[in-house]
Design a protein around this ligand. Structure first.
Ligand code: FAD
Length: 373
């Protein structure tokens, strides 16, 4: 067993909001250790290559460092990871990467102890599925003791599974890994929100034969980026992309998927076979709440989001704070984004520094803030 590393605050998660928490704490002179299961900003590492944010750069800039793109447009996941490295260097934020917190507990004498494992990648993405399947008993890598803990662990850790037969066949994936592999192939894309629409457009442009299956009747204008909708609607109207609304997948075979059509709800379900070489199930992701459960956090609503003090981000367990998209639980509709989570870091630093916004901490940039629901 390794020596214990003592710190005031342990920050779990090296995404943008975990980094912002570290920066804010540094600003008020609070010692912290930050650990990240994968690389810095690991969540952006599993986005399909060249995927752009829908948020404009100034809204996702962190730690007071401007995010500049060559064309003033929205930045890609790759550009954002480069930017995160620059932020870490600028503020000397020392994130311990490839170290995953696997257990965490309150200590009788006060404070918390966390154990980590060496890890190959961040929590989420295709590799996470492989890890979950192969999970064994890795040795404890480091032990941390902290007076307080901040969980900035994100919330896209595993795919939202459909639970149909054939879901784990090799040509079926919950992740769009880029269009090139689908060239010249029949691709069935399941879902009707941003990820599904973006994948459909990119696959079609890359020479795939695309069919979309969606349980709704039409694309929801609030859930599809305003610049994607006209193009997908135009391609569907021209028959370039086959559109199968009001359908759900009932089973997947090596060369086809069976879709049930519910009709208007009164009529009998009809089943139809759709030939498919590849099936992309882009139906969202869920949070792994293991750390919340280990600490005994009160989780509320069907999303199992932690109950938090809205002024401090402190959970039902004193000394445990939650920041970033981790606060939202397994949401079906995104309510927490980077842009409305900057304030979490401010609140936590203020609470830990003893109330009020500490003078040393720089003011938050004045971006438009979305309402949390
Ligand atoms: C295609 C796509 C487009 C998106 N576009 C936008 C957008 O335009 N704007 C926007 O705001 N958001 C967007 N998002 C969501 C975006 O990814 C999140 O808003 C952002 O990552 C939240 O930052 P975070 O720091 O809260 O969490 P994350 O960036 O998810 O960071 C959490 C980190 O914690 C680590 N972690 C988890 N558990 C552990 C553990 N046990 N031990 C150690 N480390 C752990 C993870 O590896 C991860 O790196 C998009 C998502 C997708 C998939």
């Amino acid at each position: 067993m390794t020596d214990v590393i003592e710190t005031d605050v342990l920050i779990v998660g090296g995404g943008p909001i975990g980094m912002e928490v570290a920066w804010r704490l540094k600003g008020v002179g609070v010692a912290c250790q930050q650990v990240e299961a994968g690389e810095l900003g690991a969540t952006f590492g599993w986005w399909a290559p060249n995927t752009r944010f829908f948020s404009s750069p100034e809204r996702i800039a962190i730690c007071g460092v401007p995010l500049v793109t060559a064309d003033q447009g929205k930045c890609t996941g790759e550009q954002y990871r480069d930017y995160l490295r620059a932020v870490a260097v600028q503020h000397d934020l020392r994130v311990r990467t490839f170290e995953r917190v696997v257990s965490i507990a309150r200590l009788d004498e006060g404070g918390f102890e966390a154990h980590t494992e060496r890890s190959e990648h961040g929590v989420g993405g295709v590799d996470e599925i492989i890890r979950t399947m192969a999970a064994g008993n890795a040795p404890v890598y480091r032990r941390y003791r902290a007076r307080r803990v901040v969980l900035a662990i994100g919330n896209m850790h595993r795919p939202r599974e459909l639970g149909v037969s054939g879901e784990s066949l090799p040509h079926v994936s919950h992740y769009f890994e880029g269009p090139h592999r689908h060239f010249g192939r029949r691709v069935l894309i399941v879902g009707g929100k941003n990820s599904a629409v973006e994948a459909a457009l990119r696959c079609w442009r890359a020479g795939a034969e695309v069919t979309m299956s969606y349980r709704g009747s039409k694309l929801d204008e609030k859930r599809v980026k305003y610049w994607l909708r006209p193009e997908i609607e135009w391609l569907i109207e021209r028959g370039e992309i086959a559109w199968m609304p009001h359908t759900r997948v009932v089973r997947i075979k090596p060369d086809a998927a069976h879709l049930a059509s519910a009709g208007d709800g009164a009529s009998k379900e009809e089943e139809r076979e759709v030939p498919a070489d590849d099936v992309l199930l882009l139906t969202g992701y869920v949070q792994d709440s293991t750390l919340f459960d280990q600490l005994g956090l009160e989780l509320v609503t069907e999303t199992r989001r932690p109950r938090l003090d809205s002024e401090t981000q402190e959970s039902s367990v004193p000394g445990v704070y939650v920041a970033g998209t981790a606060c939202a639980g397994s949401m079906t509709r995104a309510t927490v984004f980077i842009e409305n989570a900057h304030v979490h870091a401010e609140r936590i630093a203020a609470a830990i520094a003893g109330g009020g916004t500490p003078e040393e901490a720089p003011a938050a940039p004045e971006y438009g803030v979305l309402e949390e629901s």
